[in-house]
Design a protein around this ligand. Sequence first.
Ligand code: GLA
Length: 641
Amino acid sequence: MRLPTLSLATLALVLAGPAAAAPDPLAPTGRWSAPEHAAARTPPMGWSSWNAFRTEVDEEKVLGAAQKLVDSGLAKLGYRYVNVDDGWWLKRRTADGRLMIRTRIFPSAAIAGGDSSFRPFTDRLHAMGLKAGLYSDIGRNACSQAYDLHSPNLPEGTTAEREVGLYGHVDQDVALYFRDWGFDYLKVDACGINVYAPGAPVVVQNGYRAFSPLIDQASINRTDVAQVRSLYAAVAAAIARYRPDGDSILALCTWGSADVRRWGKEVGQMWRTSQDITPHWTRMLHSFDSASTRALYAKPGAWNDPDMLFIGQGDFDAQHLTEARTHFALWAIINAPLFIGYDLRQAPDSLMRIWGNADIVRVNQDPTGHQGVIAYASDDVQTIVKTLSNGHKAVVLLNRGLAPAEMNLTAAQLKLVPDAPITLRDLWSGRTLVPFTGETTFTLAPRESRVFEVSGVRRLPDGMYLSEVPGDVNVAVDGVVAPEPDPVVHRMMGQWSGTRDTGERPTYAGWGGAQADATPFDQTLQVAGRSYDTGIGVLAQSRLEVRTRDAARFEALVGVDDSTRDTRDAAEFLVYGDGRLLARSGAMRLGEAARPLRAELRGVRVVELVTRKVGHATDLPLVTTWAEAALRGGGAGLASR
Ligand code: GLA
């Protein structure tokens, strides 16, 4: 029999009949599907060797940082993970594949007979009440082997001995790191599947084995997203085997590529959203922007990671405390992991006071885990508002530019009523300001930010808008069919290339993902000419899971957004409670006024919000809006969770 036009997979489907059809991804599951994990319930905090020392890491430097964390009280504030980044390895022993530590820089790792173990080192950290982190790569070779070629700490030996990454050794290495050596955290980089292409100068000149890249940072179409994800998923599975208590962190380091925004939470506890931060103001903005519009993708146990702090160096050194404070405040309000990247042994008090600001750390570590949401944005200034578990808000006002800026802060931006007093407590000075009503104004110096804890009367007295509680929303399916680069990330002048090339292009697929208080393409939510400052913007063919926290009902005003690209198809909005259909809008088209949708919840634990395309006139994205989507009633618990 000749079947020249059918692939094997198609043939299998045809032979198996309709029962084998792919499951409907929009079918309600009746549960919260984001993995629950014991570690990283709040953004991980600690210290990492990379920004401080690059590959010139050694045991004395790391233990010095650890001791300072303990002695200064930073550890008590939550800075517990002490992470050794790139530069620790000597080689992979080819007889049995075991990784060897460079004991010249980690003397406690030396074992009689020539073997090595980090166990004494991690025991020491654990005895100090700290946790221990290590670094690896998902490919065969690490980043330093391509980018730090003059380092004295590169792996040595034959081609095979220098293959220190996880590729082909996942089970063996993870067992060694977690079970034998006792690490609690593993950062897994991706240079090994990115920069060692056949024929690449770095491969030829250094005698590495080539690896056909799975990631092209400039092209999502040339990136094998599924394969990248499955390599990382295998590491996660191995960690689960060797660290069954779940008290472990897998930090994914694909630098925002491979569409990691969409799947990171299912594999690791944090995922880098951008390429490397450097100690430059505009690079910091670039990193910040890569994570700040993705509030709905972070939640307890799963965090957007705009990279480690660079406070203490360059534009953020002790001579630039305004910039250093701003960098810290921005990371805090978007629930970024807080990893100090500075030689703490020499840290001046002025810097220690920044990392040690307990009020701002508390904003970052708030147990409900709601990432701050952008309430106002321009290229010059931004306002970011975060819901806290004590019923208050935190707000950061940011002047991104080099001129002073006057910024208005309004009750509406805070989702508070305009006619009751609003109180701001300045989290740097500790001072409480004279209460205001309606709005107030601040003048910010260049690159200055202000950070306040806010109390007032909530606009929604008996519940929470979903965009106020992004940590309770899980974007199970976001409707993005063809991932696109994100054009709203600040494009900085390259530190490496100057202005020789054509400039930094938009990258990091993520454009079109679900947004809080904006459409997926960063427009104001608007249905039939009426705009809304509050709601969820999401493409059709999407499913959101929402924890109800005992709310009595769900309410929203739904419709096709005026900014939709697909102007011809209709959308239907469906609300499920624990898997049962509770409400549906019927088909709605562009130009139809938003319809109220309401569902009584009575004991429902998980609400699912499904937006389906009705008809299929075009493949263009159908932009839809759940305006003012809120959980209401059910007692005071809601507002002050
Ligand atoms: C990559 C990572 C950095 C750091 C270096 C180490 O560039 O993104 O965070 O780990 O590798 O070489």
